[in-house]
Design a protein around this ligand. Structure first.
Ligand code: ADP
Length: 274
């Protein structure tokens, strides 16, 4: 898939292949005005899924990548100086509430704890956003939907989502797709043949079976696609996998050595040349 063509053609649905009944569940929650928690490892399709759902539901999508410096003001808005006078400027969350957009807070636990508090009245039945600095409370426009993502494997105990936040949401669990589906995704996204994609997927599944054996995160669909893209450029499969899979997954020489052996087994011996 070519992302640039998609962004030029606003009508095209972002390519998303359903893995289970996640589309049905998302749309049901949306219609009921419920907030949605997408749980799952990095690179398993959560962001792409939200893009496809926003398209299907005909709602604008406002995405915020959360980080530990993100303040409530970054989300809600602040007064800024404009030619000698101060003017209120809406933050992305406030814009979404006013426009009835889907607001996607990616990796929400990365945000500071105080920022999640502002989400509570929005996330539950009240659907309200208090703008303390303006002394007003906004009712969310119809179509507004709060979606947050969370990677349970990756978070430390300190960075768990508060129970009070979790219980205001319905959770959709994301895992990696079945081999058959993942092969189609990798082939389509990387532009390679299905046999090549199938080999990468078998390698990915073998790495996933290692579980936490020295790896913080297992091989995601995203890294398999990246390896496929390098193969499309003519790199030998093992070289592509070493660069796009083993390198990003670990800095530990021993663990990397183990991954490279697996790559040789699943993709051929080219990696041994290095
Ligand atoms: P996450 O948000 O979970 O980190 P992304 O949505 O960015 O992951 O997915 C990473 C990449 O994997 C996407 O850019 C897309 O190319 C691909 N992908 C993963 N799952 C799917 C799927 N079910 N359908 C289509 N593409 C997918």
């Amino acid at each position: 898939m070519d992302t640039s063509i998609l962004s030029m053609n606003r009508e095209a649905r972002p390519y998303y292949l359903a893995v289970a009944n996640e589309e049905q569940v998302f749309k049901a929650a949306f219609r009921q005005g419920l907030s949605i928690l997408l749980k799952g490892p990095t690179g398993c399709g959560k962001t792409r899924f939200v893009q496809a759902m926003a398209h299907d539901l005909g709602r604008p999508l406002i995405t915020v990548a959360c980080h530990d410096d993100l303040t409530t003001a970054d989300l809600v808005g602040r007064f800024l100086l404009h030619g000698g006078e101060t003017r209120w400027v809406d933050g992305p969350l406030t814009r979404a509430v006013r426009e009835g957009a889907i607001c996607y807070l990616d990796e929400v636990v990365e945000a500071r704890q105080d920022t999640t508090v502002v989400l509570h009245p929005l996330a539950d039945h009240r659907r309200q956003l208090p703008l303390e600095r303006l002394g007003e409370t906004l009712d969310a426009a119809p179509g507004f939907c709060l979606v947050v993502s969370f990677n349970p494997g990756y978070q430390s105990v300190l960075k768990d989502l508060k129970d009070s936040t979790r219980q205001r949401m319905v959770a959709i669990e994301f895992g990696f797709p079945s081999a058959e589906i993942e092969e189609k995704i990798v082939a389509s996204e990387a532009g390679i043949g299905i046999e090549q994609a199938a080999k990468l997927v078998r390698l990915g599944q073998a790495i996933r079976r290692l579980g936490s054996g020295g790896l913080r995160e297992v091989a995601s669909t995203r890294v398999l696609i990246a390896a496929g893209r390098l193969m499309l450029e003519g790199l030998a499969p093992a070289e592509a996998a070493r660069t796009a899979i083993a390198g990003p997954l670990t800095d530990d020489a021993e663990v990397a050595g183990g991954l490279i052996k697996m790559i040789e087994v699943y993709l051929g011996g080219e990696a041994a040349a290095h």
